[in-house]
Design a protein around this ligand. Sequence first.
Ligand code: AP5
Length: 213
Amino acid sequence: MRLIFLGPPGVGKGTQAELLAKKYSIPKLSTGDLLRDAVRNKTPLGVEAKGFMDRGELVPDQVVIGLVREKLESRECENGFILDGFPRTVPQADQLTSILKSRAAGLDRVIYFWIPKEEIVTRISGRRSCPKCKSVYHIHSVPPKNEGICDGCGAELTQRMDDKPDTVESRLSVYQEQTAPLIEYYKSKNLLSELDGSGAVHDVQGQLIALLS
Ligand code: AP5
């Protein structure tokens, strides 16, 4: 299964991608996670990406495409993948099509998640993430068993730098300008399915599985 999860920041793409990847035993490729790792490890790519991410802007297309191409061409993705947060611009989507074409593969579905804007702000402001195993929590809706500690690996949870209110506003406008056009892009290719992400995590997961089957 080759899937794209599309939607605004904080809508729950990463949470749903993680659950579905486990269920179908396919990798989840999150460009946000890959970029945050590069920033943390201070690689040349991470150093280049950091300023864009801190300002809530998109990292330049060629940087992100290079990162994704390498992953998609690896054996890990032979039997499918979930792309979480990629593509985010029309040039990225065009490049993805040609990478897949060169492997005689196509996309199965693009899931567009949506929730009301107030809920986006609530979700992002309460998000806590594990820097080690990448698990994502919410202080109210998806709390860890022990406050501030990752259930999976015991590491201390952190708040993302780009989850500050001002940066969230920039991310939302960047989404509207540069990423929302992909809704029509994939609709015109008959690949888009819309999903109301406003229910509880397991309800949304149930709807997603029903939609895919
Ligand atoms: P990225 O990490 O991809 O951020 P994003 O797309 O803005 O998405 P988020 O991670 O904020 O949200 P999500 O939809 O995954 O929600 P989550 O599941 O965490 O990108 C970060 C930055 O990297 C970008 O700004 C850009 O600079 C750069 N970048 C990344 N990809 C790029 C690309 N392709 N091109 C260029 N630049 C790129 O959930 C949010 C919260 O809600 C959590 O606390 C969660 O526990 C909670 N939650 C989830 N589901 C529910 C539910 N159903 N009910 C209640 N709470 C819920």
